[in-house]
Design a protein around this ligand. Structure first.
Ligand SMILES: *[C@@H]1O[C@H](CO)[C@@H](O)[C@H](O)[C@H]1NC(C)=O
Ligand SMILES: *[C@@H]1O[C@H](CO)[C@@H](O)[C@H](O)[C@H]1NC(C)=O
Length: 503
């Protein structure tokens, strides 16, 4: 055997389907071999890592990340750049992110947004990256560009919003997007909240001078989400069952509706996020402006909803656990959460709080945390499935990413500490690497943490020896294929044109 570049010994490999004690041999940027534990103990290698019995998994793939987007909520602008966001990502065990290339609603083209976003990311990333096209104006120009999104740009997913004045699409616009997305095999991600109901409720609250952060939750009750989810599914059905993916689901009724559609064989996919597994709306109800730290949309809900989100992860309703990393600094009156606090509004105004939470780095450790009985809340194989493998399949990166197939998969790995090594570590902001002055998970206890992150064969995170050891700019743009997730395009009859006469 040729000399290997890196071997990992004494690890327990975990993929979406298996757990087994294998040594891993890496040559160049790829996984070269998996061999029974001990088989590579004496292999010639430039570098050797002893995992000491810790888990070795495909690197995390976080496909819901907002970085360096123009402001949408008055003055706020997101705190992380491509540089700081991807640095934080590798410290959290991620090797790939897919962020958004936001089209502004006054702009005709979507390709223009792709170009702009490339400029921001190029040469600045610590992990590999791709973009979803964020479509805010489905103009004839934009729709005509969908084909080149896939064929020229390597972008096979897009996102649309059913809320937010600057982004909200009307139902007719959603139908146009779905039809064109279907013809080009682009997976459509949908933020499902009813924007008109939100605006109306906001007006009612403001008329009563109810401004505190906790009213954010009153302005977005669960029905906003379940109604929009139901409508999104109905619109998808109308366009010959075009595949859609509901992002950041928080509400149990919405989850139930998604489950029902899936049970009927409809191509409906869904994602949830740590904030809906670990936070409740009580987190918004703090003295003064403190609750703004937990303002995100949809808002965190109840314990019962949390339980349903866990159930949905276990039973496959949710294919993805993403971070929806959308960070704003807290104590920052210009671009942060406090930009809505003024003399007239000492507790801010809930409707003007920049919406979003930092979460990149904490997604994996949180998900691996233990229940009251000391058992993992989620099976390890399921964990890999929802934080890596399914993301790679849904977004056209599999099996290069999200797997450990020798000769095929990139050597993108996260190595954890051996069980018991980290006992109940409290999350505090000063142990994190993002460019944000707080974490919504301050004080939460975790029981493991990524020890090494390896990207295309290079160690980029070594927690005990230097922390971030990767180089800015090593992360590369990933051109993506169309989704290979079973049930997305394989069951869809693309050639049949949409035929109004058949309705
Ligand atoms: C699966 O999870 C969803 C979401 O929580 C839930 O609505 C559904 O009842 C669950 N199905 C089963 C069979 O438990
Ligand atoms: C990266 O991985 C961690 C753990 O999976 C997760 O918390 C985080 O949100 C991910 N995303 C980014 C962008 O870091």
């Amino acid at each position: 055997m040729d000399t290997l570049d890196l071997v990992i010994i004494n690890g327990i490999c975990v993929t979406a389907s298996d757990i087994a004690p294998y040594d891993v041999g890496i040559k160049g940027e790829r996984i070269a071999i998996l061999a029974p534990s001990g088989a590579l103990a004496d292999a010639k290698a430039a570098r050797r890592i002893d995992a000491e019995g810790g888990y070795v998994m495909p690197g995390g793939i976080d496909c819901h990340v907002h970085l360096q987007e123009p402001s949408m909520f008055g003055k706020g602008s997101s705190a992380d750049t491509y540089e700081t966001g991807t640095r934080s990502a590798v410290a959290g065990g991620n090797t790939t992110i897919v962020s958004f290339a936001p089209q502004q609603s006054h702009v005709e083209s979507v390709i223009e947004a792709i170009r702009t976003t490339h400029q921001l990311a190029k040469g600045n990333c610590y992990c590999d990256y791709g973009f979803h096209a964020l479509v805010a104006n489905p103009s004839p120009t934009a729709l005509s560009e969908f084909q080149s999104l896939v064929e020229t740009e390597g972008i096979t997913s897009l996102k649309i919003y059913m809320t937010y004045a600057a982004l909200q699409l009307r139902d007719d616009q959603i139908l146009s997007v779905l039809l064109m997305a279907r013809q080009n095999k682009i997976l459509t991600m949908i933020h499902a909240e009813n924007g008109d109901v939100l605006d109306w409720l906001t007006t009612e609250l403001v008329a009563r001078k109810l401004y505190a952060p906790k009213y954010h939750a009153n302005s977005r009750p669960p029905i906003l989400e379940s109604e929009a989810t139901n409508r999104a599914i109905a619109l998808s059905s109308l366009i010959n069952h075009t595949p859609i993916l509901l992002v950041h689901v928080s509400d149990q009724e919405a989850a139930k509706r998604i489950r029902k559609a899936q049970s009927c064989g409809q191509p409906i996919f869904a994602e949830t996020c740590p904030q809906y597994l670990f936070l409740t709306r009580n987190a918004l109800d703090k003295f003064g402006f403190e609750g703004a730290k937990h303002v995100c949309s949809p808002p965190p809900r109840t314990i019962a909803d949390q339980d349903r989100m866990w159930t949905g992860l276990h039973n496959g309703t949710f294919s993805l656990l993403s971070s929806d990393h959308c960070p704003f600094r807290f104590d920052d009156a210009i671009t942060g959460k406090k930009s809505c606090v003024t003399e007239d509004f000492p507790v801010g105004r809930f409707s003007h709080i920049p919406n979003g939470l930092p979460g990149i780095e904490t997604r994996l450790p949180l998900a691996l945390s233990l229940n009251a009985a000391g058992k993992p809340k989620i099976a390890l194989t399921k964990f890999v499935e929802v934080t890596s493998t399914n993301a790679a399949k849904l977004y056209g990166l599999y099996p290069r990413k999200g797997s450990m197939l020798p000769g095929i998969s990139d050597a993108d790995l996260v190595i954890w500490y051996p069980d018991g090594h980290i006992h109940g570590t409290k999350i505090t902001n000063d142990i994190l690497h993002h460019d944000v002055d707080y974490t919504p998970y301050e004080g939460h206890i975790v029981h493991n943490w990524p020890r090494y992150t390896i990207l295309r064969g290079k160690v980029v995170w070594d927690r005990d020896n230097g922390g971030i050891v990767g180089e800015k700019g090593f992360g590369m743009f990933l051109r993506r294929e169309v989704s290979s997730m079973p049930g997305v395009w394989d069951t869809v009859e693309i050639s049949s044109d949409f035929d109004v006469e058949q309705l």
